[in-house]
Design a binder for this molecule. Sequence first.
Ligand SMILES: [Zn+2]
Length: 387
Amino acid sequence: MSRVLIVDQQRRPLMPCTPARARLLLKQGKAAVLRRFPFILILREARPEAVVQPLRLKIDPGSKVTGLAVLNDASGQVVWAAEVTHRGEEVHKALQKRAAVRRGRRYRHTWYRPARYLNRRRPKGWIPPSLRSRVQNVETWTHRLIRWAPIGGLSYEAVRFDTQALQNPEIEGEEYQHGTLAGLEIKEYLLLKWSHRCSYCQKTDLPLQVEHILPKIRGGSNRVSNLTLACEKCNLKKGKQTAEEFGFPHIQAQAKAPLKDAASVNSTRRLLHERLLQTGLPIEASSGGCTKWNRRQRGIPKKHWLDALGFPRSRPKKRSTKHPFRTGDIVRAVVPAHLNNPGVHVGRMAAKANGAFTITTKQGKVTDIGYRYCTRLQHADGYAYLI
Ligand SMILES: [Zn+2]
């Protein structure tokens, strides 16, 4: 673990070196810093004859966090590791907000065009944007690591939601309450299971709430088999009644039945596999059981966490006409003593309309930093790094 990734002058990836060697190369002026976050070195000379052992990139895709590890197959050593934090829930929330604005606008009848939502077709292989952003995060980092390290093969762990959930989706253990199916996964699972509809009025295209078939107040559990989706209206109307009392006796039986649409659950994994195939590297898919990937067990230091910020394929925020910075740039600000927030601040900056920056540092946010006190350490690339 904790080798330093290094490329030669022609940007050919070389074998990652030890931190001690990296320091020496920098001190002797033989290498320069290519990137600070994650830390990558570039040699000042080309090394066409350099011998590299192919490394393996191991990907552990999770719903909230994806683990990345570069392994040396020959020695079994973890050379480099990082974790990407996805923003599936944020994507979902942002899109719901947009949908609500558009719905409001339609209902106000201020638009001169008729609603178009009935003549839209989803392209083949469509998956929800929240899931797509995960696949794209993994894809982005796979491509980046291929550029920085001599990766000769990929392997990825099967996601538990796909395998175990498919075999036995109504697992009612601790793991599914607090583990993989917790939070977002439960909602996603329910959306798939109830095909994005209110179970009671069958309406679609409206915000759905997770609903307890036997109400919580009457001892109903949070288990998947006691959950369904309902619109706000139906949820309020049902109140303290059970689904049967509310006039929907079949709902309980349906909730207990396992998810039928296996294809759509697998869509994320299939899409990821397709995208990884495009790298042209051999892929080995291992089962999730053989290695228990866990942040604590992996011992990945915090500085290796990579937080997804935007859609990895979209562009960073526009460059300002007033100053050379862009929201998302990592900057170092040296503020003189007579101003607000004096001192040195290093972190991710966000530009504000009044021209002053907000910098998110390790200690927290500092506001009202003038751009003239900042120097850029790294351009915005759609990810936040724990500095
Ligand atoms: Zn309803």
